[in-house]
Design a protein around this ligand. Structure first.
Ligand SMILES: *Cc1c(COP(=O)(O)O)cnc(C)c1O
Length: 342
């Protein structure tokens, strides 16, 4: 059946972003493909990056790992949430390494699979997941593939970055592991001091521009297109949409498009989003509905029912328009889209 909404996902842009990030880091680059590849598609992203030479993939849960377990052949799949009390059976069955996040998880892993290699997360100041530097005694006897830490503010010029770097260096010199890793996408922008042996980009693979250094280098990956359901004239003085928040100052030509907050085009785009017909910008008029938006089409007199319109979904720009983070823009995309990998 015809699906009236389209997501086009550009494989070569994902590969080009990965290569640029790896090159900038100067070390091996993995890929975060958790949350179904940030909503874009974990399987397709993993396949695409395997072709480019990526060998390390990060998911959050064992269920996500199992869905990809047949892909990376050389044990390059890591479960970031580690092994919880209910994960023992999955951890034995699925070909992935846990990233252990607490002394409890370390003890559990020593019971479940004492000789199998694992990753370990050190908390250097984010206070989210990870063992504190004072707890590294618990790691004695583990076979650690990669020792990780994670930056809290890499997209900002915060003094926490340097502090986390210094703390991680101190821990790395005291804990033996095959590799050490600290940087996410934004961390790669902080410079090679943050690279260690492996970097873990996520959002910038999918088009996220987290730091000014990335502008002009990171390519847009996801394009969103909707169809015109109806074209109409909003007479001067009348309103459009729920809450009547848009009122036409003069007669306005509008196109009603079949996308709304149920598709992840959230209400932050109300009166702020825009679409394109060729080079013409078509501003969103009034509130985003569940399944519809209105855009002004005075600039596109020939646009008619059934025509396709591109929504401005370039991540930095759509983030400014909507107030959503570049991450949320991707992970909220709904299930009504036809997803086309090109
Ligand atoms: C999600 C995640 C990443 C990727 O972060 P981005 O900001 O998307 O590049 C890297 N490391 C860890 C531990 C993560 O949870």
């Amino acid at each position: 059946m015809h699906r009236p909404l389209r997501l086009t996902i550009d494989r070569s842009a994902i590969q080009s972003n990965w290569r640029w990030l790896a090159d900038r880091a100067g070390v091996a680059a993995g890929a975060a493909v958790k949350a179904d590849g940030y909503g874009v598609g974990a399987r397709e992203t993993t396949e695409t990056l395997l072709h480019a030479g990526c060998r390390d993939f990060f998911v959050s849960t064992w269920a996500e790992a199992e869905a990809l377990g047949d892909l990376p052949s050389d044990g390059g799949l890591v479960v970031l949430h580690g092994v919880g009390p209910d994960d023992g059976e999955a951890a034995l069955r699925v070909a992935a390494r846990p990233c252990l996040n607490s002394a409890e998880q370390v003890a559990r892993w020593k019971q479940i699979a004492p000789s199998r290699s694992c990753d370990v997360m050190i908390d250097t100041g984010m206070n989210r997941l990870g063992l504190r530097p004072t707890e590294i005694g618990a790691l004695e006897g583990l076979s650690i593939d990669t020792l990780h830490s994670h930056l809290a503010c890499a997209d900002e010029d915060s003094s926490l970055n340097q502090m986390q770097l210094e703390r991680f260096r101190a821990v790395a010199s005291a804990v033996s592991a095959k590799r050490y890793a600290l940087a996410n996408s934004a961390g790669i922008g902080l410079g090679k001091d943050y690279s260690f042996d492996l970097v873990r980009p996520g959002i910038s693979l999918y088009g996220g521009v987290q730091r000014p250094e990335f502008e002009g280098h990171i390519r847009q990956v996801v394009r969103v297109e909707a169809q015109v359901v109806q074209r109409r004239l909003i007479p001067a003085g009348e309103s459009c949409g729920y809450g009547a928040t848009f009122i036409a100052k003069q007669d306005v030509e509008a196109a009603i498009l079949n996308i709304g907050y149920a598709d992840g085009y959230l209400r932050g785009f109300s009166s702020h989003g825009s679409a394109f017909a060729g080079e013409f910008a078509l501003p969103v008029l009034g509130r985003v509905s569940m399944d519809l938006i209105a855009v002004e089409v005075d600039a596109a007199p020939q646009l008619k029912e059934g025509d396709w319109v591109e929504i401005d979904y370039d991540l930095p720009s759509a983030s400014r328009q909507s107030g959503l983070s570049q991450y949320e823009l991707l992970t909220t995309l709904g299930s009504r889209f036809e997803r086309r990998w090109v």
